[in-house]
Design a protein around this ligand. Structure first.
Ligand code: GLA
Length: 740
């Protein structure tokens, strides 16, 4: 890894074994982009990559060669208004009403390692030798606004991270109206764009389309990253597939409003922009103040989509997630939500917990409904005091009883919300986000607390920390069950209202940070009505997230498959739930439910007492299977093999780091009759290693990867010597083990 600088030509080359990123100071002083992609040789001068052309009607730059126009030149941090007509990366409103900036190169600095971003989540290093960071300083001579462009290149990863700091060193205040984290101009438009879209209970379904001239974008203006869109996009060459070809991914380490866009101009330059959504955003900078944008991680792979995903998985697992749980296999839990909803008392909970314990489950999680007047979703949110009528000895007593059973105890909270019918709201109605004089919109009977106000965050912290301190809590599920409306902070002046959405998220991050510091042993799982805040920002605080409220195995196949493009398996909360399924009413085999949920953190979301003895015995086997394989699943290399979006059959696999062990999950959505033969071409094995499949047949790695694993027999389920006919929603796990 190195950052090579040609000071005379003012060229920067960030390079490691995998990638090169080249920039130069342009003839007008702005910072230009020359190359990003597969590693190339270093040379002293890359200025040949600065293409110019004399074009009729182009806006020219005073005093610069007529071949040079901001209209077509590739830039690092452009602003609209002085020759570039594309979408800009930065816009700063000045006292006289102008929004035009001219950011001129001033200098640079290189440091070992990677600085943290104050108050924001970001990838990190554990040792300065893991990465190198380049800061490039740009100044607008008229306003004295200084922009610091931060670029970090990791030594052993095919990624580069970027973020931007904007500081006001002028004498007058300015208003930052747009501050994207990333602008990347690519020299052609021969890409397909992938986004991960959905809605409640069908999050992150991949959507693919060819880039065309014009703008294609995804966004969230919901105050959280959202069910609808995810702050992660991929650009792939049309010929690239899961296993080969060039792809790049852009992941925003942020949980609030965002915009991700690709604009293809008439000269085939593709501009990728990503960052906080400029709509409903502005940030006032008084003299001496600065604003830090969130970070974007750019990943690059020549090994197709799986290669790219693996790059993100490894980085997010090891250098985004933090804390004691980062490297530990996750506990197998049981959550009472779908078992009881709001209808529980201590006795009922302990009965669920004891049965779970007898089935090998390690952690009992009490979900919504344990506090204040919360008997339904219309009251009590905000009153984080245990309801003694349900739990006579409070959370303390219940947690002790669960521990006495030999299990750990976990608790659900939704700290950002308040029901109008709550003591908190009655005492502090102004603490909910609202516009004075207007009615606020309710969603799920609740309002959003104004986390942009530190006193609100302090108060909620006090209540929640008290419950945690008093009880034996090992796990917290932090929920967030509605989008933000009526976004207005009564304590801020008019010209700071554009700050509220971002300040809100900073408040959320602040509360997370305080809780994880005070209670470092607790495993946090984030949640937002299922997967509405499944983003890289959250993974910095909570190493796992509830993937979706849809717990049906067939739906989960798609949701987990789609989520795996950007996020590691170990971050996906996945549970076995009851049938008929509560979301889609489907009846799937218990075995299939388990075999889908294995590829995540694994747990249960039902009352095991309601299963037959035989089913409970099955559950014991599944729990044991997960215990035996969770290190491999959660910390191995994950491959998508066959997409449930494309075929009736779906498959994925994990391979251990030393390639001695692998697990393949193979699924069939609907039974078919008299079908063709089927094989799975495995990935990631050692071609010269002899492996045993399910402790029986032996094949070399190259056979399993090239000739394939025959899966035709999966269409019938062998029970002893009997062969059952094919059935819907079938699954099979193959265990692959190296033979010494
Ligand atoms: C959200 C979560 C669920 C559950 C409920 C409780 O919908 O996604 O898992 O916790 O809230 O109200």
């Amino acid at each position: 890894m190195s950052i090579l600088v040609n000071e005379a030509q003012r060229i920067f080359h960030l390079q490691n074994e995998y990638i090169s990123y080249v920039m130069m100071v342009l003839p007008n002083g702005q910072l230009g982009q020359l190359y990003f992609g597969r590693k190339i040789h270093h040379r002293d001068n890359f200025d040949y990559l600065l293409e110019g052309s004399l074009r009729s009607h182009s806006a020219l730059v005073p005093g610069v060669d007529r071949l040079f126009s901001l209209e077509h030149v590739k830039q690092e941090y452009p602003s609209y208004g002085n020759g570039d007509f594309r979408q800009g990366a930065v816009e700063i409103l000045q006292g006289n009403g102008s929004r035009i900036s001219h950011l001129v190169y001033e200098g640079y600095e290189i440091q070992a390692g990677k600085p943290s971003l104050p108050g924001l989540p970001a990838t990190y290093v554990e040792d300065p030798s893991e990465a190198e960071t380049l800061s490039v300083f740009l100044r607008d001579p008229l306003t004295q606004v200084v922009v610091t462009m931060l670029y970090t290149i990791y030594r052993d990863r095919s990624v580069l991270t970027r973020s931007v700091k904007i500081a006001n060193q002028g004498e007058a205040s300015v208003q930052v109206e747009r501050a994207m984290s990333l602008c990347l101009d690519l020299p052609d438009a021969d890409y397909e764009w992938m986004q991960f879209s959905g809605s409640w209970s069908r999050e992150r379904f991949p959507v693919l389309r060819k880039l065309e001239i014009g703008i294609q974008a995804i966004e969230s203006l919901r105050g959280h990253s959202s069910h609808q869109q995810n702050p992660f996009i991929i650009l792939k060459r049309p010929s690239a597939d899961e296993f080969s070809g060039e792809v790049m991914g852009f992941s925003l380490v942020y949980s609030g409003n965002f915009l991700a866009m690709a604009q293809v101009d008439t000269y085939d330059v593709t501009r990728v922009l990503m960052g906080i959504h400029p709509e409903r955003f502005s940030w006032k900078l008084e003299t001496g103040e600065s604003f830090q944008t969130p970070e974007v991680v750019i990943g690059f792979s020549e090994n197709g989509l799986n290669g790219l995903s693996q790059t993100f998985h490894d980085l997010y697992r090891k250098r985004l997630a933090r804390g004691v749980w980062r490297d530990q296999a996750r506990p197998i839990l049981i959550n009472n939500w779908e078992a009881t909803y709001f209808d529980f008392n201590e006795e009922k909970l302990l009965k669920i917990a004891s049965k779970a314990k007898s089935c090998g489950v390690e952690l009992f999680v009490l979900d919504d409904g344990w506090f204040g007047a919360r008997r339904m979703d219309n009251a009590g949110l905000g009153d984080w005091v245990p309801s003694l009528d349900l739990l006579p000895e409070g959370i303390r007593g219940l947690s002790e009883k669960v521990e006495a059973l030999g299990m750990k105890f976990g608790l659900w909270i939704e700290p950002e919300m308040v029901n109008p019918d709550s003591d908190l709201y009655r005492a502090h109605p102004d603490w909910a986000l609202h516009v004075p004089g207007r009615d606020s919109s309710l969603s799920r009977n609740q309002l959003v607390l104004d986390f942009s106000r530190p006193e609100v965050v302090d108060y909620i912290h006090g209540m929640i920390a008290k419950v945690i301190r008093e009880s034996k809590i090992s796990y917290i599920k932090w929920d967030m069950n509605r989008s933000i409306t009526d976004c207005f902070n009564e304590s801020l002046p008019a010209d700071r209202q554009g700050e509220v959405f971002h300040r809100y998220i900073l408040g959320v991050y602040d509360l997370y940070e305080r809780l994880i510091r005070e209670f470092p042993h607790i495993l946090f799982e984030s949640c937002a009505g299922g997967g509405a805040r499944f983003d890289a920002g959250m993974l910095y605080y909570a190493p796992q997230a509830w993937t979706s409220d849809d717990t049906d195995a067939m739906e989960r196949l798609k949701i987990q498959y789609g989520t795996s493009y950007g996020y590691p398996i170990v971050s996906m909360g996945s549970h076995v739930s009851a049938v008929p399924n509560h979301q889609v009413n489907r009846i799937t085999p218990l075995k299939t439910r388990a075999e889908v949920a294995y590829f995540g953190t694994y747990g249960y979301e039902l009352d095991l007492n309601k299963l037959t003895e035989e089913e409970q015995e099955e559950v014991r086997c599944y729990t044991q299977f997960m215990k035996d394989h969770r290190e491999l699943i959660q910390f191995g290399t994950f491959y998508r093999l066959q997409s449930p979006f494309e075929k009736n059959e779906a498959a994925w696999m994990v391979v251990s780091e030393d390639r001695k062990e692998a697990l393949v999950g193979s699924y069939r959505q609907l039974a078919k009759v008299n079908i063709g033969f089927s094989r799975l071409y495995l990935q990631g094995l050692d071609p010269d290693q002899l492996y045993e499949v399910d402790g029986q047949d032996r094949y070399y790695g190259d056979e399993l990867m090239n000739a394939g694993l025959i899966t035709s027999d999966a269409s019938s389920c062998k029970v002893g010597e009997d062969v059952k006919p094919a059935y819907d929603f079938a699954s099979r796990i193959y265990r692959i083990k190296a033979v010494d």
